[in-house]
Design a protein around this ligand. Sequence first.
Ligand code: C2E
Ligand code: CA
Ligand code: CA
Length: 276
Amino acid sequence: YTASLRTNFDNLQELSNELRIGLDRGEITVLLQPQVDTRTWSITSCEVLARWAHPTRGLITPDTFLPIAEDLNLLGELDARVFDETLKALEVARHAGLKIAHLSVNVSGKRLFKQTLIADLKARRDLPKTGLAFEVLESAFLDEASEEERLDQIWALREMGIAIGVDDFGSAQASISSVLAVQPDMVKIDQRFVRGIDQNRKLRSLMHGLIKMAHSVRAYVIVEGVETQEEADCLAEMGADALQGYIFGRPMTVEQVIELDAAIRAPNPAQEKAAE
Ligand code: C2E
Ligand code: CA
Ligand code: CA
């Protein structure tokens, strides 16, 4: 027992030492997870998910390295790397003619409501006029800033062409009214309401309420963590605008998104035969 605690501790210590070096070496990369529109069943947007491509341990997920980055006060640098990688991916996607509304980047409440964010973004000469969205955890709407400050910041971002989404909607970390007061462009409903929804009346009624509330402020509703076709069909029928989850694709490279999009758009020989 103590031996395994010790190993865990040593492991963490080692990762801490390596993260700093990894950042400098450009080992922080991003993967994209497609979001699929329920009317067209084509890819409309992608979420940007950070990964640490560790030279010996392989791909490390954010649950492991975000807390370390926070401890080491490296979150700012990490955000900057993720943002750079996102702009690169957007460039590749556009060059390939991929028609997506945006790449949606996870942004902590701390970063979103930082005084200098707008000035920092405006200082970047490579900022695209469209194609970016920020995804903010519901919990960010708790206490970081006053409602007025939040609205000002969010409108400033919108004026720069950045769409605003609320992540993990319904996780009850902030009051629904304070979240909807910022009139988010997108609302992402938490995966906890999804698992087995096709067979669970109670989940369906919760989901109905959440979708209705989000639509009441004209937000585009995305449901995440969709793993089965049954869940997807059920959610589409209930009025979700877009779906994201393993059934449509795991987080992947921008090149893989481009391939997947082409495969979805390609005429399906089996269907054409059936139509003859
Ligand atoms: P999140 O924003 O809620 O992201 C969704 C997580 O669910 C992702 O895990 C994704 O890979 C996973 N997921 C997607 N589809 C499914 C599914 O069908 N079933 C299941 N069981 N899981 C699914 P990931 O990539 O490990 O990210 C974990 C969290 O790390 C994210 O949660 C987000 O809060 C945070 N994160 C990721 N990238 C960044 C970043 O660049 N900056 C910041 N601040 N946070 C990030
Ligand atoms: Ca997210
Ligand atoms: Ca989420």
